[in-house]
Design a protein. Structure first.
Length: 305
């Protein structure tokens, strides 16, 4: 009987630690589609929020929703699903994410979150979208009929994995990948504007965060493998350099020998991202100082079963 009571207490304790999940919160509707996010409310909220972008190759699926462990660190977590390519093009997807941030900010009080303490995170295409919010998020339309659209889409901190930052110089200088070359398979995602050299140049600049870096942007933390065959490490290295040129805060951790994800230290990197948000959003000092420059760490590939 005592053993059963002990097990019941453990089970109750574990269940109490699970965050409350609010499913399918609609943040916008367009083209006959309702776009949603799931909200995870921690047991002990710290008053800040993390917007987690579900995106790989600009495809987003509800099956990819997880809280990412952020609620365990006290962060109310907004896991955003966006319109998927090829039905929706990258320009529209960027607009979806701006709308998602505006929605979160407009409803922050009801979720117990400070609207000026919002971080954003994502991997690969999700990292690209995170940096687009960092560099291009901004004031809403004060005259908009919808009060949500009057809110700012600027975020207050970013932490992301292996993000594309420059589609005009993909692996080497002049390596245009706007629906051609190494990203030919994504031609539909870029849409008809990418059909001509002039259109590709304009669209590549429009959708590349490196060309929109500015001094007032939020602090950014990036982790990238130097053996990534899909998104070159040069994407993050040049983005870091550009941030430092304008005098804005950016840190890049390079995982030696790591590819496009799949290294054993990713949980450690995520813990470091938690410390980044703790520092930037809450003023909490990290376990060790951030260097604010390039640092290289070896990686251990995850063994396939």
């Amino acid at each position: 009987m005592k053993h059963l009571l002990f097990l019941a207490l453990i089970t109750t304790s574990l269940l109490a630690q699970e965050p409350e999940r609010i499913r399918d919160v609609i943040y916008t509707k367009h083209d006959g589609v309702a776009l949603t996010m799931d909200v995870f409310k921690p047991e002990k909220p710290n008053g800040a929020g993390v917007i987690k972008i579900v995106s790989g190759g600009w495809k987003s699926n509800h099956n990819g929703i997880s809280d990412g462990g952020w609620p365990k660190a006290g962060y109310t977590t907004f896991v955003v699903v966006h319109g998927t390519q090829p039905r929706f093009q990258v320009e529209e997807i960027v607009a979806d994410l701006n709308r998602a941030v505006r929605f979160v900010r407009a409803n922050a009080a009801s979720y117990g979150v400070d609207p000026q303490k919002l971080g954003v995170t994502g991997s690969s295409a999700g990292g690209h979208l995170s940096l687009m919010l960092a560099t291009r998020g901004g004031p809403g339309n004060a005259k908009a009929a919808d009060p949500i659209d009057r809110e700012s889409s600027a975020v207050n901190a970013v932490a992301c994995f292996y993000p594309p930052t420059d589609y005009l110089n993909w692996f080497e200088p002049g390596d245009n990948a706007v629906g051609i070359g190494k990203l030919e398979a994504y031609a539909a995602a870029f849409g008809p504007k990418a059909a001509t050299p002039e259109g590709r140049e304009a669209l590549g600049r429009e959708l590349s965060s490196i060309y929109w870096v500015h001094k007032e942007q939020p602090p950014i933390f990036i982790v990238h493998g130097d053996a990534d065959p899909q998104v070159s490490i040069t994407q993050s290295e040049r983005f870091l350099k550009r941030c430092h040129e304008v005098g804005t805060v950016c840190e890049l951790v390079i995982r030696q020998g790591a590819g496009h994800g799949g290294w054993q230290e990713m949980p450690q990197d995520t813990e470091r991202m938690v410390e980044w948000f703790d520092l930037q959003l809450l003023g909490k000092q990290p376990s060790k100082p951030f260097t604010l420059n390039v640092s290289s760490l070896p990686s251990t590939p995850v063994k396939k079963k």
